[in-house]
Design a protein around this ligand. Structure first.
Ligand code: PSV
Ligand code: MN
Length: 427
């Protein structure tokens, strides 16, 4: 399924008048704040968020799954779906693969297809949270932390295989999320489990290509509910620090206990050069996998505000961050949801770019909490939709990606092409 350039141009012509009205208001507002309109548009146009391969089909819960129809049944079709998103918004030019759900059979053909769609391969993800058919040892009681050295060896070998697939595709990072932990007090020796995990990670790290980074993800609970071996950013930071420069922490927004100050975590990690990347999503309770920015857009804005809080060079900490979505829904059309998520992320970025940094610095210097809050809220409450539209139009994307997706009845077309029963691999 492809969207033609002419379809996008035609769609953009129809929205041109209302777009230019909104834009001139915002332009004036930015001029007053001495923020360069062109620089912000450029920054938004350049920003790319990787799409997780496991988000392209309907997600399930442990109670059931309601397939969407027209789901991508192969890696090729997953790349086509990301290509579709990218042609609509020009901000989704990367895919993050999960092995073994996405083992490429013909690497050259997959790379050529990705090139055709202008898609690159972001971090590859290992999976030691499920047993695969024919697998020798079970991960029921852990993987890299397992008490049995043979299980640990198997999990290490799997991670190396993931790196190997990623290398062939041009990826430059592996994300390791461990489901390892325990469900009952006394079940696991915390110190020994952590030491074994570190040693396993060290073995993978030492065999990783020199230009690769390792992203260590953390999660406070689920699937284990008493303890997780890597439960929080502190443990991830500890492991990444002991491993070396190329190991970093990965912040999944859904992996925090309620009310955690995630923006402060991002700031601390960035300060230490250890912020490796994000898994964007939103949540009300835990790892809910909801559309990014749908529940707590202010938090998302505050995260970007922290990331932009200090001047950063072209190869500074910002450039080291992998931007990825991690969500998997059970009721929405996943492509529509992903368009909304990318929009939510770019909205927060745009708002954070509108913060009057000099005024904020002054307010902080004067301990003027009222004014500091005003400055942030002024940026957060700015309607940046025309700015986002402009950043897309300049890149040849659709002014309104979701509107065009619906107008072209893309889901119906995908169902016609792939059938009602086509199911994507994943959770
Ligand atoms: C685990 O909850 C997680 O956030 C990890 O990133 C996994 O790789 C992903 O979700 C898919 O299960
Ligand atoms: Mn994640």
């Amino acid at each position: 399924m492809r969207i033609q350039k002419e379809q996008i141009e035609d769609h953009n012509r129809k929205t041109a008048k209302s777009h230019s009205d909104g834009l001139s208001n915002l332009h004036r507002h930015m001029d007053q704040k001495k923020i360069s309109f062109e620089a912000v548009v450029q920054r938004l146009s350049d920003f790319q968020v990787a799409i997780p391969s496991w988000s392209l089909g309907a997600g399930g819960t442990r109670f059931g799954r309601f397939p969407m129809g027209g789901e991508p049944g192969s890696l090729e079709q997953k790349i086509e779906d990301v290509g579709l998103l990218h042609s609509l918004n020009r901000s989704s030019g990367a895919i993050s693969l999960h092995i073994p759900w996405d083992i490429p059979e013909n690497t050259d053909a997959i790379k050529a297809l990705a090139r055709e769609h202008d898609i690159v391969f972001d971090a590859v993800n290992s999976n030691t949270f499920q047993d695969q058919p024919g697998q020798k040892h079970s991960y029921k009681f852990g993987s890299l932390s397992h008490t049995d050295a043979d299980v640990r060896e198997q999990a290490i070998a799997h991670n190396l295989e993931v790196i190997h697939h990623g290398e062939a595709l041009g990826s430059k990072a592996i994300t390791i999320w461990l489901a390892d932990g325990s469900n009952f007090p006394g079940q696991q020796n915390f110190r020994q489990a952590l030491r074994r995990t570190f040693e396993s990670l060290e073995s993978i790290y030492s065999q990783m290509p020199a230009d690769w980074k390792m992203l260590v993800e953390y999660k406070p609970f689920e699937p284990n509910f008493y303890s997780m071996v890597v439960p929080d950013w502190g443990t991830s930071f500890l492991l990444a620090t002991k491993l070396g420069d190329r190991a970093k922490s990965l912040v999944d927004l859904g992996h925090h206990l309620p009310n955690t100050n995630i923006e402060q975590i991002a700031a601390i990690l960035m300060n230490e050069g250890k912020l490796g990347g994000f898994h964007f999503n939103d949540s009300k309770y835990g790892d809910d996998d909801l559309t990014t920015g749908s529940i707590n857009p202010y938090q998302l804005f505050l995260i970007f505000n922290e990331l932009l809080d200090e001047p950063d060079g072209p190869s500074g900490p910002w450039s080291q961050i992998s931007w990825m979505i991690d969500a998997s829904h059970n009721i929405k059309d996943p492509l529509e949801d992903l368009l909304q998520s990318v929009e939510g992320i770019k909205t927060a970025l745009a708002q954070a770019l509108l913060v009057d940094r000099a005024a904020l610095q002054d307010a902080r210097g004067a301990n003027d909490a009222v004014m500091a809050q005003q400055i942030l809220e002024d940026a957060f409450r700015t309607d940046v939709r025309s700015l986002l539209r402009e950043s897309r139009i300049q890149k040849g994307a659709a002014a309104d990606p979701l509107g065009l997706y619906r107008a072209l009845e893309m889901r119906k077309a995908l169902i016609r092409e792939r059938g009602r029963d086509s199911v994507a691999t994943g959770l």
